[in-house]
Design a binder for this molecule. Sequence first.
Ligand SMILES: *Cc1c(COP(=O)(O)O)cnc(C)c1O
Length: 373
Amino acid sequence: MEMVNLKSQYLKIKPEVDAAIQRVMDNGIFINGPEVKEFQSNLERYLGVKHVIPCANGTDALQIAMMGLGLSPGDEVITASFTYVATAEVIALLGLVPVLVEAKESDFTIDTKEIEKAITPRTKAIVPVHLFGQGADMNGIMEIAKKYNLFVIEDTAQALGATYILSNGKKASLGTIGDVGCTSFFPSKNLGCFGDGGALFTNNDELAADLRMIANHGQKVRYYHDVIGVNSRLDTIQAAILDIKLKHLNEYAEARRSAADFYDSALKNVEGLITPNRIESGTHVFHQYTLRVLNGMRDALRKHLEENGVPSMVYYPLPLHFQKAFESERYPKGSMPITELLSSEVLSLPIHTEMQSEELEFIVEKVQSFFNV
Ligand SMILES: *Cc1c(COP(=O)(O)O)cnc(C)c1O
Protein backbone atom coordinates (compact mmCIF):
# COMPACT_ATOMS: atom_id res chain seq x y z
CA MET A 1 0.00 0.00 0.00
CA GLU A 2 1.11 3.58 -0.69
CA MET A 3 0.14 7.06 0.49
CA VAL A 4 -0.60 7.95 -3.12
CA ASN A 5 -1.08 5.56 -6.03
CA LEU A 6 -0.33 7.37 -9.25
CA LYS A 7 0.08 4.29 -11.39
CA SER A 8 -3.48 3.03 -11.01
CA GLN A 9 -4.76 6.51 -11.87
CA TYR A 10 -2.61 6.57 -15.00
CA LEU A 11 -3.77 3.12 -16.13
CA LYS A 12 -7.38 4.34 -16.24
CA ILE A 13 -6.55 7.12 -18.70
CA LYS A 14 -3.56 5.44 -20.37
CA PRO A 15 -4.79 5.43 -24.00
CA GLU A 16 -5.62 9.15 -23.93
CA VAL A 17 -2.44 10.13 -22.13
CA ASP A 18 -0.19 7.96 -24.28
CA ALA A 19 -1.73 9.38 -27.44
CA ALA A 20 -1.24 12.95 -26.19
CA ILE A 21 2.41 12.34 -25.33
CA GLN A 22 2.96 10.68 -28.71
CA ARG A 23 1.35 13.67 -30.44
CA VAL A 24 3.73 16.07 -28.71
CA MET A 25 6.69 13.93 -29.71
CA ASP A 26 5.48 13.72 -33.31
CA ASN A 27 5.05 17.49 -33.46
CA GLY A 28 8.43 18.06 -31.86
CA ILE A 29 7.40 21.36 -30.21
CA PHE A 30 8.57 20.56 -26.71
CA ILE A 31 8.63 24.14 -25.42
CA ASN A 32 5.54 26.37 -25.72
CA GLY A 33 3.74 23.93 -27.97
CA PRO A 34 0.04 24.49 -28.72
CA GLU A 35 -0.90 22.15 -25.83
CA VAL A 36 0.35 24.73 -23.32
CA LYS A 37 -2.10 27.40 -24.55
CA GLU A 38 -4.89 24.86 -24.78
CA PHE A 39 -4.41 23.73 -21.20
CA GLN A 40 -4.12 27.35 -20.10
CA SER A 41 -7.48 28.23 -21.67
CA ASN A 42 -9.18 25.14 -20.32
CA LEU A 43 -7.90 25.83 -16.81
CA GLU A 44 -9.02 29.47 -17.08
CA ARG A 45 -12.50 28.25 -17.95
CA TYR A 46 -12.51 25.61 -15.22
CA LEU A 47 -11.46 28.06 -12.51
CA GLY A 48 -13.46 30.99 -13.81
CA VAL A 49 -10.40 33.23 -13.89
CA LYS A 50 -9.25 35.61 -16.64
CA HIS A 51 -5.61 34.59 -16.73
CA VAL A 52 -3.67 31.41 -16.10
CA ILE A 53 0.09 31.76 -16.46
CA PRO A 54 1.77 28.34 -16.62
CA CYS A 55 5.24 27.99 -15.10
CA ALA A 56 7.74 25.35 -14.07
CA ASN A 57 6.60 24.50 -10.53
CA GLY A 58 4.64 25.83 -7.58
CA THR A 59 7.64 27.33 -5.85
CA ASP A 60 8.42 29.38 -8.97
CA ALA A 61 4.78 30.46 -9.14
CA LEU A 62 5.05 31.95 -5.65
CA GLN A 63 8.34 33.65 -6.51
CA ILE A 64 7.02 35.08 -9.78
CA ALA A 65 3.92 36.35 -7.95
CA MET A 66 6.02 38.26 -5.44
CA MET A 67 8.25 39.66 -8.20
CA GLY A 68 5.22 40.64 -10.28
CA LEU A 69 3.64 42.54 -7.41
CA GLY A 70 6.82 44.58 -7.13
CA LEU A 71 7.70 43.53 -3.60
CA SER A 72 11.17 44.70 -2.71
CA PRO A 73 13.85 43.80 -0.14
CA GLY A 74 12.84 44.57 3.41
CA ASP A 75 9.10 44.30 2.71
CA GLU A 76 7.35 42.04 5.17
CA VAL A 77 5.20 39.18 3.95
CA ILE A 78 2.91 37.40 6.36
CA THR A 79 2.34 33.68 5.97
CA ALA A 80 1.56 30.58 8.00
CA SER A 81 4.19 28.79 10.05
CA PHE A 82 2.26 25.56 9.56
CA THR A 83 2.92 24.99 5.86
CA TYR A 84 5.33 23.48 3.39
CA VAL A 85 8.65 25.32 3.25
CA ALA A 86 8.21 26.57 -0.33
CA THR A 87 5.80 29.28 0.77
CA ALA A 88 8.27 31.03 3.07
CA GLU A 89 11.40 30.06 1.16
CA VAL A 90 10.74 32.32 -1.80
CA ILE A 91 9.89 35.22 0.50
CA ALA A 92 13.34 34.96 2.08
CA LEU A 93 15.08 34.31 -1.25
CA LEU A 94 13.81 37.61 -2.64
CA GLY A 95 15.18 39.46 0.38
CA LEU A 96 11.69 39.99 1.75
CA VAL A 97 11.00 39.29 5.40
CA PRO A 98 8.85 36.24 6.12
CA VAL A 99 6.61 36.93 9.09
CA LEU A 100 5.29 33.59 10.29
CA VAL A 101 1.93 33.42 11.96
CA GLU A 102 -0.09 31.01 14.12
CA ALA A 103 -2.63 28.48 12.80
CA LYS A 104 -6.26 27.90 13.75
CA GLU A 105 -6.96 24.73 15.65
CA SER A 106 -10.18 24.09 13.74
CA ASP A 107 -8.76 23.68 10.23
CA PHE A 108 -4.94 24.13 10.43
CA THR A 109 -4.95 27.27 8.25
CA ILE A 110 -3.57 30.70 9.16
CA ASP A 111 -5.37 32.55 11.97
CA THR A 112 -6.81 35.82 10.69
CA LYS A 113 -6.68 37.51 14.10
CA GLU A 114 -2.97 36.74 14.31
CA ILE A 115 -2.39 38.16 10.84
CA GLU A 116 -3.78 41.48 11.96
CA LYS A 117 -1.53 41.50 15.04
CA ALA A 118 1.54 40.86 12.87
CA ILE A 119 0.94 43.81 10.51
CA THR A 120 3.50 46.63 10.63
CA PRO A 121 4.07 49.66 8.37
CA ARG A 122 6.43 47.44 6.31
CA THR A 123 3.89 44.70 5.67
CA LYS A 124 3.10 44.40 1.96
CA ALA A 125 1.44 41.05 1.43
CA ILE A 126 -0.33 38.10 2.99
CA VAL A 127 0.17 34.56 1.68
CA PRO A 128 -2.63 32.33 2.96
CA VAL A 129 -2.09 28.62 2.35
CA HIS A 130 -5.14 26.48 1.58
CA LEU A 131 -3.70 23.64 3.58
CA PHE A 132 -4.63 19.99 2.92
CA GLY A 133 -7.35 20.90 0.41
CA GLN A 134 -9.65 23.56 1.81
CA GLY A 135 -9.68 27.30 2.03
CA ALA A 136 -8.06 29.53 4.60
CA ASP A 137 -10.39 32.24 5.92
CA MET A 138 -10.39 34.20 2.64
CA ASN A 139 -13.28 36.47 3.60
CA GLY A 140 -11.52 37.61 6.76
CA ILE A 141 -8.16 37.84 5.01
CA MET A 142 -9.50 39.90 2.08
CA GLU A 143 -11.10 42.28 4.55
CA ILE A 144 -7.83 42.81 6.40
CA ALA A 145 -5.94 43.16 3.12
CA LYS A 146 -8.33 45.90 2.05
CA LYS A 147 -8.13 47.66 5.41
CA TYR A 148 -4.31 47.76 5.39
CA ASN A 149 -3.84 47.92 1.61
CA LEU A 150 -1.97 44.62 1.32
CA PHE A 151 -1.61 42.17 -1.56
CA VAL A 152 -2.98 38.65 -1.17
CA ILE A 153 -1.16 35.74 -2.81
CA GLU A 154 -3.01 32.47 -2.39
CA ASP A 155 -0.92 29.33 -2.10
CA THR A 156 -3.33 26.90 -3.76
CA ALA A 157 -0.82 24.08 -4.28
CA GLN A 158 -2.92 21.73 -2.13
CA ALA A 159 -6.41 22.88 -3.02
CA LEU A 160 -6.82 23.18 -6.78
CA GLY A 161 -10.48 22.64 -7.65
CA ALA A 162 -11.82 23.56 -4.23
CA THR A 163 -14.35 26.38 -4.07
CA TYR A 164 -15.11 29.06 -1.53
CA ILE A 165 -18.19 31.13 -0.76
CA LEU A 166 -17.39 34.84 -0.72
CA SER A 167 -18.99 37.40 1.61
CA ASN A 168 -21.26 38.49 -1.25
CA GLY A 169 -22.60 34.94 -1.50
CA LYS A 170 -20.85 34.18 -4.78
CA LYS A 171 -18.82 31.03 -5.20
CA ALA A 172 -15.20 31.30 -6.38
CA SER A 173 -12.42 28.82 -7.04
CA LEU A 174 -9.63 28.96 -4.50
CA GLY A 175 -6.67 30.73 -6.07
CA THR A 176 -8.86 33.29 -7.85
CA ILE A 177 -9.90 35.40 -4.86
CA GLY A 178 -6.71 37.30 -3.97
CA ASP A 179 -4.48 39.35 -6.28
CA VAL A 180 -2.68 36.23 -7.46
CA GLY A 181 -3.16 32.51 -6.93
CA CYS A 182 -0.35 30.01 -7.21
CA THR A 183 -0.48 26.28 -7.72
CA SER A 184 1.70 23.25 -8.27
CA PHE A 185 1.25 20.32 -10.63
CA PHE A 186 3.71 18.12 -8.73
CA PRO A 187 2.63 14.50 -9.40
CA SER A 188 0.96 13.94 -6.03
CA LYS A 189 -1.04 17.20 -6.01
CA ASN A 190 -4.75 17.10 -6.81
CA LEU A 191 -3.98 17.95 -10.44
CA GLY A 192 -0.56 16.45 -11.01
CA CYS A 193 1.59 16.00 -14.11
CA PHE A 194 4.37 13.48 -14.76
CA GLY A 195 7.12 15.73 -13.47
CA ASP A 196 7.17 19.32 -12.30
CA GLY A 197 4.73 22.05 -13.25
CA GLY A 198 2.95 25.05 -11.81
CA ALA A 199 0.76 28.03 -12.64
CA LEU A 200 -0.36 31.48 -11.51
CA PHE A 201 -3.90 32.85 -11.67
CA THR A 202 -5.11 36.43 -11.76
CA ASN A 203 -8.05 38.51 -12.94
CA ASN A 204 -5.82 41.57 -13.37
CA ASP A 205 -4.84 42.07 -17.05
CA GLU A 206 -1.83 44.24 -16.39
CA LEU A 207 -0.49 42.00 -13.66
CA ALA A 208 -1.01 38.95 -15.87
CA ALA A 209 1.17 40.53 -18.58
CA ASP A 210 3.87 41.28 -16.00
CA LEU A 211 3.77 37.77 -14.55
CA ARG A 212 4.05 36.28 -18.03
CA MET A 213 6.97 38.56 -18.79
CA ILE A 214 8.79 37.70 -15.55
CA ALA A 215 8.33 33.97 -16.13
CA ASN A 216 9.90 34.47 -19.56
CA HIS A 217 13.24 36.16 -18.78
CA GLY A 218 11.63 39.55 -18.33
CA GLN A 219 10.82 39.89 -22.02
CA LYS A 220 7.60 40.76 -23.83
CA VAL A 221 9.38 40.97 -27.16
CA ARG A 222 12.01 38.32 -27.78
CA TYR A 223 15.54 39.44 -26.87
CA TYR A 224 14.28 42.73 -25.36
CA HIS A 225 14.39 42.43 -21.57
CA ASP A 226 12.41 45.03 -19.62
CA VAL A 227 12.96 43.59 -16.16
CA ILE A 228 15.01 40.87 -14.52
CA GLY A 229 12.99 37.71 -14.88
CA VAL A 230 13.37 33.98 -14.52
CA ASN A 231 13.13 30.99 -16.83
CA SER A 232 10.02 29.15 -15.73
CA ARG A 233 7.97 27.21 -18.25
CA LEU A 234 5.50 24.35 -18.27
CA ASP A 235 6.77 21.69 -20.71
CA THR A 236 4.47 20.92 -23.64
CA ILE A 237 4.32 17.25 -22.66
CA GLN A 238 3.24 18.14 -19.12
CA ALA A 239 0.58 20.53 -20.43
CA ALA A 240 -0.78 17.79 -22.72
CA ILE A 241 -1.04 15.39 -19.77
CA LEU A 242 -2.59 18.03 -17.51
CA ASP A 243 -5.19 18.91 -20.14
CA ILE A 244 -6.44 15.32 -20.05
CA LYS A 245 -6.36 15.07 -16.27
CA LEU A 246 -8.18 18.41 -15.89
CA LYS A 247 -11.26 16.77 -17.43
CA HIS A 248 -11.21 14.31 -14.55
CA LEU A 249 -10.44 16.76 -11.76
CA ASN A 250 -13.99 16.90 -10.38
CA GLU A 251 -14.21 13.11 -10.43
CA TYR A 252 -10.85 12.95 -8.68
CA ALA A 253 -12.05 15.35 -5.98
CA GLU A 254 -15.20 13.25 -5.57
CA ALA A 255 -13.13 10.08 -5.15
CA ARG A 256 -10.96 11.74 -2.51
CA ARG A 257 -14.03 13.09 -0.76
CA SER A 258 -15.71 9.71 -0.61
CA ALA A 259 -12.54 8.16 0.86
CA ALA A 260 -12.57 10.97 3.45
CA ASP A 261 -16.27 10.32 4.17
CA PHE A 262 -15.45 6.68 4.83
CA TYR A 263 -12.61 7.57 7.19
CA ASP A 264 -14.82 10.13 8.93
CA SER A 265 -17.66 7.77 9.61
CA ALA A 266 -15.36 5.01 10.87
CA LEU A 267 -13.11 7.20 12.99
CA LYS A 268 -15.14 10.16 14.21
CA ASN A 269 -16.19 8.43 17.41
CA VAL A 270 -12.79 7.01 18.29
CA GLU A 271 -11.70 8.54 21.55
CA GLY A 272 -8.26 10.09 21.21
CA LEU A 273 -8.71 11.09 17.57
CA ILE A 274 -10.06 14.21 15.90
CA THR A 275 -11.14 13.77 12.30
CA PRO A 276 -10.61 16.72 9.94
CA ASN A 277 -13.08 19.57 10.21
CA ARG A 278 -14.67 20.76 6.99
CA ILE A 279 -15.21 24.49 6.72
CA GLU A 280 -18.74 25.69 6.05
CA SER A 281 -17.71 28.35 3.57
CA GLY A 282 -16.24 26.06 0.95
CA THR A 283 -15.46 22.61 -0.37
CA HIS A 284 -12.64 20.32 0.72
CA VAL A 285 -10.70 18.44 -1.98
CA PHE A 286 -8.71 16.38 0.53
CA HIS A 287 -5.20 16.73 -0.76
CA GLN A 288 -4.51 15.14 2.62
CA TYR A 289 -6.73 13.40 5.13
CA THR A 290 -5.18 14.60 8.35
CA LEU A 291 -6.15 13.37 11.79
CA ARG A 292 -5.18 14.82 15.12
CA VAL A 293 -3.97 12.11 17.48
CA LEU A 294 -4.38 13.29 21.06
CA ASN A 295 -2.57 12.48 24.31
CA GLY A 296 0.90 12.16 22.79
CA MET A 297 -0.04 8.96 20.94
CA ARG A 298 0.69 10.09 17.38
CA ASP A 299 4.08 8.45 16.94
CA ALA A 300 2.91 5.23 18.59
CA LEU A 301 -0.08 5.06 16.23
CA ARG A 302 2.19 5.70 13.29
CA LYS A 303 4.46 2.85 14.37
CA HIS A 304 1.49 0.53 14.88
CA LEU A 305 0.23 1.33 11.38
CA GLU A 306 3.66 0.81 9.87
CA GLU A 307 3.95 -2.61 11.54
CA ASN A 308 0.60 -3.48 10.00
CA GLY A 309 1.54 -2.39 6.51
CA VAL A 310 -0.29 0.94 6.54
CA PRO A 311 1.76 3.96 5.46
CA SER A 312 1.08 7.34 7.06
CA MET A 313 2.84 10.71 7.00
CA VAL A 314 3.33 13.69 9.26
CA TYR A 315 2.68 16.98 7.46
CA TYR A 316 4.52 18.78 9.01
CA PRO A 317 6.68 17.56 11.89
CA LEU A 318 8.49 20.86 12.43
CA PRO A 319 6.71 24.18 11.89
CA LEU A 320 8.63 26.76 9.90
CA HIS A 321 9.29 29.00 12.91
CA PHE A 322 11.32 26.13 14.41
CA GLN A 323 13.25 25.34 11.22
CA LYS A 324 16.94 26.21 11.36
CA ALA A 325 16.59 28.15 8.12
CA PHE A 326 13.92 30.42 9.62
CA GLU A 327 15.17 30.67 13.20
CA SER A 328 14.56 34.09 14.68
CA GLU A 329 14.28 35.75 18.06
CA ARG A 330 10.83 36.68 16.92
CA TYR A 331 9.67 33.12 17.54
CA PRO A 332 10.64 31.68 20.93
CA LYS A 333 9.35 28.26 21.93
CA GLY A 334 5.71 28.60 22.84
CA SER A 335 5.16 31.62 20.60
CA MET A 336 2.70 29.65 18.45
CA PRO A 337 1.14 27.12 20.82
CA ILE A 338 -1.46 25.85 18.35
CA THR A 339 0.97 25.34 15.49
CA GLU A 340 3.34 23.63 17.91
CA LEU A 341 0.57 21.38 19.23
CA LEU A 342 -0.68 20.52 15.74
CA SER A 343 2.76 19.55 14.52
CA SER A 344 2.95 17.04 17.38
CA GLU A 345 -0.55 15.65 16.74
CA VAL A 346 -1.16 15.49 12.99
CA LEU A 347 -1.11 12.25 11.05
CA SER A 348 -2.14 11.92 7.42
CA LEU A 349 -3.61 8.63 6.18
CA PRO A 350 -3.33 7.37 2.60
CA ILE A 351 -5.70 9.21 0.27
CA HIS A 352 -5.81 9.30 -3.50
CA THR A 353 -8.21 8.92 -6.38
CA GLU A 354 -8.09 5.14 -6.67
CA MET A 355 -8.60 3.99 -3.09
CA GLN A 356 -10.33 0.60 -2.98
CA SER A 357 -12.94 -0.07 -0.32
CA GLU A 358 -10.96 -3.09 0.94
CA GLU A 359 -7.96 -0.81 1.40
CA LEU A 360 -9.98 1.74 3.30
CA GLU A 361 -11.51 -0.95 5.49
CA PHE A 362 -8.09 -2.41 6.20
CA ILE A 363 -6.64 0.99 7.18
CA VAL A 364 -9.58 1.86 9.39
CA GLU A 365 -9.42 -1.52 11.10
CA LYS A 366 -5.74 -0.99 11.91
CA VAL A 367 -6.39 2.47 13.33
CA GLN A 368 -9.28 1.11 15.40
CA SER A 369 -7.26 -1.82 16.70
CA PHE A 370 -4.66 0.61 18.08
CA PHE A 371 -7.38 2.25 20.16
CA ASN A 372 -8.95 -1.13 21.03
CA VAL A 373 -12.17 -0.25 19.25
C1 LIG B 1 3.77 21.51 -3.15
C2 LIG B 1 3.65 22.82 -2.51
C3 LIG B 1 4.35 23.93 -2.97
C4 LIG B 1 5.43 23.87 -4.01
O1 LIG B 1 5.15 23.28 -5.20
P1 LIG B 1 6.33 22.68 -6.11
O2 LIG B 1 5.67 22.46 -7.41
O3 LIG B 1 6.80 21.43 -5.46
O4 LIG B 1 7.41 23.69 -6.20
C5 LIG B 1 4.10 25.16 -2.39
N1 LIG B 1 3.25 25.28 -1.36
C6 LIG B 1 2.57 24.23 -0.85
C7 LIG B 1 1.64 24.44 0.27
C8 LIG B 1 2.77 22.96 -1.39
O5 LIG B 1 2.11 21.91 -0.88
